[in-house]
Design a protein around this ligand. Structure first.
Ligand code: HEM
Length: 316
């Protein structure tokens, strides 16, 4: 994706694929670790090409996010205006926790082996400059369903609507072509979810389960559906969209069933507002009922700079 002659943006608009790896790393102490991280990030485009060429039909893509705490030391460049660590959101019942993470690699492909191979080459280069905070392998579940059984990603912007929702523009010149990323790993209580009738589940999500049709909003002041709480509008009623690439993950033998939430946005405050409306509720007290069946175990903010910025990090 190219924005102007001088700024090439990362593939934040890559399609949802059959497989994805969400790799969160922390950088070990010391200047040699930072140096190694910088030289590795500068090579991301090369390693991506190494792997993508093995099957050009597999839509391989990797997006790199850099966390607030290490932005200065890794890039040595001005900070994106809104970049700060994930701010915990504490509702009466549920909390969006804030957890550590310096680097995010969002690796996607139609084939699991390509994601694996990229991660192997990446970890070889990074060596002991990093430690793994979390590694989650997501998979496509039927027709883009989450493990709650609903089609997930429908309201995403498409085509020309993607860049204005996702990419920082002239409002923050040094960060132009970049994107804020928020990740949260959710674990579901599927046993409890399954005790609900389909109608109750549909009211919680705000769409029908089988054919994915949007339900009408309830009257103001009543318990709102997830899709309503996650809709942020300006004073003219125009929506601030974000791009979500959520993936299911889990291991039935271990009783683990999850959704890995990942949202890309031009404006961090939009995702933060969505989280407030979900966890605190709108009106306050009427939190998103999805949370009664889904526990957020991580929460981290990153900034995906332009691809040209990543390539420029090589000190040599
Ligand atoms: C809509 C699932 C967490 C933001 C939806 C939909 C589903 C869904 C099934 C309706 C279809 C669609 O438009 O994609 C989930 C699950 C989550 C989760 C299973 C985790 C347990 C979040 C979080 C955010 C978010 C944490 C933002 C902070 C949105 C937005 C929409 C949406 C913006 C579209 C609303 C609209 O304009 O209709 N989600 N979601 N979701 N979700 Fe989530």
């Amino acid at each position: 994706m190219t924005r102007s002659a001088s700024t090439t943006v990362q593939s934040v608009d890559a399609p949802l694929t059959a497989s994805a790896t969400f790799l969160v790393l922390s950088i070990t102490d010391g200047p040699s670790a930072i140096k190694k991280v910088r030289s590795t990030l500068a090579k991301i485009s090369d390693i991506s090409k190494n792997v993508a060429i093995r099957d050009l039909g597999a839509s391989f893509a990797c997006t790199v996010g850099i966390g607030s705490d290490v932005w200065d030391s890794v890039t040595g460049l001005p900070r994106p205006a809104e970049l700060h660590p994930f701010r915990e959101v504490k509702g009466n019942v549920h909390t969006a926790v804030s957890t550590l993470g310096d680097l995010l690699f969002h690796i996607r492909a139609e084939r699991r082996d390509l994601c694996f191979e990229f991660e192997r080459q990446l970890m070889d280069l990074l060596g002991d400059s990093v430690s793994v905070v979390d590694e989650t392998i997501g998979f496509r579940y039927f027709d883009l369903r989450d493990l709650l059984g609903f089609v997930d990603g429908t309201a995403n912007p498409v085509g020309p609507a993607v860049p204005p929702s996702v990419l920082v523009a002239e409002e923050d010149a040094p960060a132009i072509g970049g994107s804020y990323i928020v990740i949260q790993k959710y674990l579901h209580d599927l046993k409890a979810w399954r005790t609900l009738s389909t109608e109750k589940q549909e009211a919680i999500i705000g769409r029908t389960k089988l054919d994915n049709v949007e339900l009408d909003d309830v009257a103001e002041g009543q318990q709102a559906a997830h899709k309503t709480l996650a809709t942020i509008e300006d004073e003219n009623g125009d929506e601030y969209s974000i791009l979500r690439d959520n993936m299911p993950f889990g291991a039935p033998g271990a009783g683990e069933f999850g959704t890995y939430f990942i949202g890309y946005s031009r404006r961090l405050w939009v995702i933060e507002k969505m989280l407030e409306r979900m966890f605190i509720g709108e009106p306050p007290g009427l939190h998103d009922r999805i949370l009664d069946f889904s526990t957020a175990v991580t929460g981290t903010v990153f900034f995906a700079p332009s691809a040209s910025l990543l390539t420029s990090l090589d000190d040599e």
